[in-house]
Design a protein around this ligand. Structure first.
Ligand code: KG4
Ligand code: ZN
Length: 357
């Protein structure tokens, strides 16, 4: 079976072609066109600009994906279309949805709308990790960390989600980006901050671990960002400027605090729900300290941990296609979905009843 994935929820236009024999995926193509340069001067993603760029790029990205996958006759070779329908930026989502719905209508193919966060979870099913629940058992605990989300989600079966906790304000990726900006790094600064942290001392500055003692599984990251703001303000009093070592120390101290809370809450959730496995996903899952600490937690609790291949940590259509196949395989008996049934929901939330797809 060949699945076409389409993703335009934020600032990457992505189209992927996946092949499956029902037991693992082969990624035939995954083309990602990033708009980072377009949005960088604004310090964040501008929805209408994103939509304009998606509109411009989606045709060429599709052509490239089909060529890369070696499809001679995509209309006859593609069996299923999976497209992100939310959450994300409305104008951006609409471009991918319109493209995918048009193909489904013209080609008379089944189409499935996918929750972007569910897509991130399924990045763990892609090679090289090839996570397979047949080797473990549900429930599976998901730590979802991106620029817009910080969530602990218990997956009780394919397509069945229970939200255990989430951020009450900023997402952890957003906090990385804001702290990076305070250190003078360009948007999105998460990866650069993490690079800077590798030459810093994580215990140089005492930064808060917001909500670590809250007794629930929720997060808060805006206070940590503000603590970085005040720290920099104190260090640069009387016209002083930060030197390279100070910057690296701030980055390392921030990263330590941010990761610490993620691990603490994941430990609490794992002890409470005794999952068959812990899965990490979302843009921040590229962070090497987080990957290391989660692996150590898995060892400590004797629970297998899966992290996505680095290529699948950021937004991509391969993960959307993988999630689409899972939904299709689970719900095959109800018949293929028609293009009219797939609609945008910019505020889709994983774990809300009936809202996952
Ligand atoms: O999942 P994603 O690509 O887009 C959203 O759906 O939000 O996540 C992007 C986020 C950004 O905030 C980016 O700074 C962060 O992931 N990020 C990182 C790293 N790589 C990407 N944060 C910390 N360390 C990294 N290595
Ligand atoms: Zn994402």
């Amino acid at each position: 079976m060949i699945i076409l994935g389409v993703e335009t929820s934020c600032d990457e236009t992505s189209i992927a072609v996946l092949k499956t024999d029902g037991d693992g995926f082969t990624v035939l193509a995954n083309v990602v066109s990033s708009q980072v340069k377009t949005h960088a001067p604004f310090g964040g993603v501008v929805p209408m600009l994103a939509a304009r760029e998606h509109t411009r790029n989606i045709g060429p990205v599709f052509d490239m994906a089909v060529r890369e996958a070696g499809l001679q006759d995509p209309r006859n070779e593609i069996d299923l279309i999976a497209v992100t329908r939310g959450p994300g930026l409305g104008p951006a989502l609409l471009v991918g949805l319109t493209f995918a719905r048009t193909l489904a209508m013209q080609w008379d193919k089944p189409i499935i709308g996918i929750n972007h966060m569910e897509g991130h979870i399924y990045s763990n099913w892609l090679p090289p990790s090839q996570f397979s629940v047949s080797n473990f058992s549900f429930p599976v605990l998901n730590l979802l960390v991106s620029g817009g989300h910080t969530e602990l989600i218990l997956m009780t079966d394919h397509g069945e989600y229970e939200r255990l906790g989430e951020t009450q304000d900023d997402a952890v990726g957003e906090a990385f980006d804001k702290a990076a900006r305070l250190l003078g790094l360009a948007y999105p600064g998460g990866p650069a901050l993490s690079g800077l942290a590798s030459s810093g001392r994580a215990d140089a500055y005492a930064l808060p671990r917001p909500m670590s003692k809250s007794g629930d599984l929720n997060f808060s990251y805006s206070g940590l960002k503000t603590a970085v703001l005040y720290l920099i303000r104190d260090l640069t009093r009387d016209g002083k400027t930060l030197d390279g070592q100070q910057k690296a120390d701030i980055a390392a101290s921030f990263q330590e605090a941010a990761v610490d809370v993620l691990i603490q809450k994941t430990r609490t959730a794992a002890l409470e729900h005794k999952p068959g496995a812990i899965l990490l996903s979302g843009g921040v899952s590229a962070n090497s300290l987080l990957r290391e600490r989660l692996a150590a937690l898995g060892k400590e609790l004797n629970i297998p941990v899966s992290v996505p291949g680095i290529a699948w940590t950021g937004d991509n259509a391969a993960m959307i296609a993988a999630a689409g196949y899972s939904r299709y395989a689970e719900e095959k008996t109800t018949g293929p979905r028609s293009w009219e049934s797939v609609v945008m929901n910019a505020n889709l939330r994983l774990g809300d009843t009936g809202a996952a797809s």
